[in-house]
Design a binder for this molecule. Structure first.
Ligand code: F6P
Length: 750
């Protein structure tokens, strides 16, 4: 029973009670009026005839009977009777009730004595069958008392009137009660409709919402801050709780091309587990460890098939089994077209301003589309509800959000674009720009590292699609459905689990120095990257060269080591980069090397995380010189690794990280003089200043870690889901268009 129905029922019952009480009161009052009326009429009749009655009493009995009959002409008077003082009947009308005989009446009148009520001529008697009102008039003449005249009124008419009055009363009050209830229901319904209309208006962003927007925004801000801060840091536990409380422990399915664990077969036949050099893996892995769920990825290792079940599934991390890795197998042609071709020769250079021309081939695009569909199909096999949470990662899957949305309209699709988004003019050169934008707009939330990249995306939508841009909410609205486009700067795990087995900084320094053959006092600069042209590795080496030119006091006292993980080596541009970096390192070395000292050491190989962290702990400085980078997590890993609060971070101004790690020495990597001077500054920075800068960056990362990154997206997603559920309850078809399945059923990829 709804609240309004309960209210109406209570109202009806209340009114019925009131009606009953009122009816009793009214009936009593009416009865009193009727009796008074009868009394009055009887008195008038008897008093009018008093003289004649007395006259005929002693002589003319016939005349007396006639007079009595005249008194009873009114149909409501049953009869009249004259009784003498001894109780004998003197005269009576024909219809006078035999039960009311003179003896009894006179005895009763005599026994009751002078009763003031008799003066009012009032007396009511009950006959077995009917109610009778008896009026008694004492008669006397000059010779003395004569006796009594009794007039019997039939009161059954009063009972009939009573019944009719009751009926009218109940009918009137019933109608009133019904009317009041209907009115209440109607008023409740109308006010609910008004309220829900207004609420919908608010949520849709209509006029009403504009009116309240400042207050609404303040309140929301406050609530968000209270929820998000609560004086607690973001941890794996807190992320897990957020998922449980805000999203009912919904399973999370991640769609990301790069897998976190690659099984490789060694020439010996032994299988080893490799951890790829990927910022994406660094960020997503701790999130899945905390939340559980499934990671759908390309199975790229040579021993991947044999280490997974027949569906490509296996539990990871090895030995811990915190979540499921679902591998998708790609043919060489698919991998070529989708990964190397469209993703890395097309989108990668398109999104990075690194002066490498993007290549868009029709056949690559076809593979990209087909592989996006294959991955989405695999992801849909992993979900277990009609409204799952899918976490789509990066430029490999721009089409996936819309494909998921079509198959599961109520899904919450959180997409994170890990690389920059170019300005609209640049993006516009892509022949498939509209399809890419439409694909991404299948997301519920689309995240970038910075507001700047969000703005670029919104501008591109504005320029190339028919869609409404809601700048206030930073959202794109299409067909009544919104995609929030918000910045979520990615971060690292805090504290970093991977640091557990890594030697402490002093020990790491010792080990690294020994391995590289450095003199104990030699200062060490480090670079850690995939060998990618966006990372500015050439510019970095050139800056080191410039350092020795501008600050020769560092010759023989400073060595720069570059850990470079080979990447995408089938692409010509990457092969060329390999060669040029190699040649550049060799040239600088040739130019400045001395016996027992090398200015630059290039280590072109894959390095497992403990090795990378050992170098990060051994370094006096880390130089991140990306020409363009969404975030760059190596910079944050460096800060996380330095529990000793030592070491200097040099950071390219073209990284997302430079907006957060403002205590770094921020440089323009193209400006070699500036970069060389910054290197010199870092090398001579006093330990106190190093500590102060490092401490500040560490406290920032402790708060803004990867659990916070995922947590904020999940909180936003939960808010969206609540809103969508509310719309669905309100039956706002327009607002939930595309969010509620017309016919719930199995997910199908159309
Ligand atoms: O920068 C975005 C990113 O996904 C990184 O996380 C990762 O390092 C790289 O691009 C992708 O590398 P790969 O092609 O080796 O997966």
């Amino acid at each position: 029973m709804t609240r309004a129905m309960r209210l109406a029922l209570a109202l009806v019952l209340g009114l019925a009670g009131l009606t009953f009480g009122a009816a009793l009161l009214v009936q009593d009052q009416m009865r009193a009026w009727f009796e008074k009326d009868v009394n009055l009429r009887a008195r008038l009749a008897l008093q009018g005839a008093r003289g004649e009655l007395a006259q005929s009493w002693r002589g003319d009995r016939g005349r007396l009977e006639t007079l009595l009959s005249d008194l009873t002409l009114d149909e409501r008077i049953l009869g009249a009777c004259a009784c003498d003082g001894s109780g004998a009947t003197v005269a009576r009308t024909r219809d006078y009730p035999a039960e009311l005989d003179c003896a009894a009446l006179v005895a009763r009148v005599a026994s009751e004595g002078p009763d003031p009520r008799w003066d009012h001529w009032a007396r009511i008697e009950d006959l077995p069958e009917r109610e009778v009102h008896l009026a008694a008039l004492p008669l006397a003449d000059a010779a003395g008392e004569l006796g009594w005249v009794f007039l019997a009124h039939d009161l059954t008419f009063m009972a009939r009137r009573d019944a009719r009055t009751r009926l009218f009363l109940f009918a009137a009050f019933g109608i009133l009660a019904l009317g009041a209830s209907l009115f209440t229901l109607l008023a409740a319904r109308l006010s609910w409709r008004d309220w829900s209309e207004e609420l919908r208006g608010f949520l849709r962003g209509g006029e009403q919402r504009k009116m309240f927007r400042p207050i609404l925004a303040d309140v929301r801000d406050l609530v968000d801050r209270l929820i998000e801060h609560e004086g607690r840091a973001w941890t794996a536990q807190r992320l897990k709780e957020t998922l449980r409380h805000s999203l009912s422990d919904e399973k999370v399915v991640v769609l990301a091309n790069r897998e976190p664990y690659v099984h490789q077969k060694r020439p010996s036949g032994e299988v080893e587990v490799m951890h790829p050099a990927s910022g994406l893996v660094t960020a997503i892995e701790p999130v899945l460890r905390a939340c559980g769920g499934t990671w759908v990825a390309h199975g790229s290792g040579t021993a991947d098939r044999e280490t997974a079940d027949r569906h490509g599934r296996l539990k990871v991390p090895p030995g811990e089994e915190a979540y499921t890795l679902r591998r998708v197998w790609l043919s060489p042609a698919e991998e070529q077209g989708y990964y190397y071709g469209f993703a890395n020769e097309g989108l990668w250079p398109l999104c990075h301003i690194a002066h490498t021309r993007p290549l868009f081939r029709g056949e690559d695009w076809e593979q990209y589309r087909a592989v996006n569909e294959r991955f989405v199909r695999a992801a849909l096999e992993e979900v277990d509800s009609e409204d799952p949470i899918l976490f789509v990662q990066d430029y490999h899957f721009a089409l996936a959000p819309a494909l998921i949305r079509r198959a599961l309209p109520r899904a919450t699709v959180i997409t994170f674009w890990h690389i920059p988004w170019p300005n609209a003019e640049l993006f516009g050169i892509c022949p498939y720009r509209d399809e890419l934008l439409e694909g991404l707009l299948g997301s519920s939330i689309l995240g970038f590292h910075t507001q700047f990249h969000c703005n670029n995306f919104l501008d591109a939508v504005d320029r190339f699609l028919e869609a409404r841009i809601d700048r206030e909410r930073s959202a794109v609205v299409q067909d009544g459905r919104a995609t929030l486009v918000h910045p979520y700067p990615i971060s690292v795990e805090w504290p970093m689990r991977q640091l557990a087995g890594v030697p402490a900084p002093a020990q790491a320094r010792q080990q690294v120095h020994a391995e590289l053959g450095l003199e104990p006092g030699t200062m060490l600069g480090v670079g850690v990257d995939r060998l990618d042209y966006t990372k500015g590795i050439e510019e970095r080496l050139l800056a080191v060269e410039r350092l020795f030119e501008r600050h020769p006091q560092w010759l023989g006292r400073f060595t720069f080591v570059q850990l470079a993980a080979p990447s995408r080596t089938t692409i010509e541009r990457y092969r060329a980069l390999n060669e040029s970096v190699e040649a550049l390192a060799a040239r600088i070395d040739q130019r400045f090397a001395r016996p027992g000292w090398h200015p630059v050491i290039l280590r072109r190989a894959h390095h497992e995380p403990p090795e990378v962290f050992r170098f990060l702990r051994a370094a006096d400085l880390l130089y991140v010189s990306s020409l363009h980078d969404g975030m760059n997590l190596v910079a944050k890993e460096f800060v996380a690794a330095r529990e000793d609060e030592r070491g200097v971070l040099l950071l390219s101004q073209f990284t997302g990280a430079a907006r957060e790690l403002t205590e770094a020495l921020v440089v323009n990597p193209y400006n070699l003089d500036e970069a060389a001077d910054a290197l010199a500054t870092a090398l001579s920075m006093p330990p106190g200043e190093q500590s102060a800068r490092m401490r500040s960056m560490r406290s920032y990362l402790a708060e803004f870690n990867v659990y916070g990154w995922a947590g904020h997206m999940l909180i936003d997603a939960a808010r969206l889901r609540r809103r969508e559920q509310l719309f669905a309850r309100l039956g706002d078809v327009e607002s939930v268009q595309g969010l509620v399945p017309r016919q719930p059923g199995k997910a199908v990829l159309r």
